[in-house]
Design a protein around this ligand. Sequence first.
Ligand SMILES: [Zn+2]
Length: 230
Amino acid sequence: MASIATPPQRTGLLVIQPLKKRHCAECRTGPLALLVLEEGLPRCLDCADLGHLVFLPRGDTALTRRSREGSALSAVVVRFNRRRSRYERQGVLVEETALARAEKRCLADAEARRRRRVRDARRREAEDLRFTDTFAREIRRLFPGCPADRAQTIAAHASVRGSGRVGRSAAGRALSEAAVTAAVRASVRHTDTPYDQLLMSGVPRHEARRRIAGAVDTTLRGWHAGRAPT
Ligand SMILES: [Zn+2]
């Protein structure tokens, strides 16, 4: 039987997925899906004493590493890539018990990650709520005449965009007097003036802003002075 081009020497046992039909040099079974080269001659996994191992395709790094660590005997499976003229790793052969243990540990890790994501989401939600409350309080401090539910609505809207999610410094910037005033101004513009209708009817934005500027200022001044809107 002709020998097969010898793959590059690697540490550990090497198992080959042959491109051609090969039979075991010892027991003659074949064609072999996987073989081991011993002195240039193919042997089936049973004859090579690797028949009890299971194939784990490449792709899951953690699972592969843990399976190999847990296996007293393991092998790397390679296949020759003609186009690239080199052997490429296809996966590993590991002990089934080691694979099962590794799968269990990886699942536990995935579950741990899932739980951490849930905790993170809850914490962000709490941060968003705190941010909204702080923002609403700041609105009421600067504009005592702004109705409480209105301040809450404006704050909730602002926290969707610039909440604790974007970090402490950004949240701090979002709570500056200028930023809070801008949020209130935008709300008044859209809610208490015909600004949106003007835009919808084709009035250019700057012209629309000019037309409603007086009404916005009046409302803001009133809220600032602690007066409810008229
Ligand atoms: Zn054999």
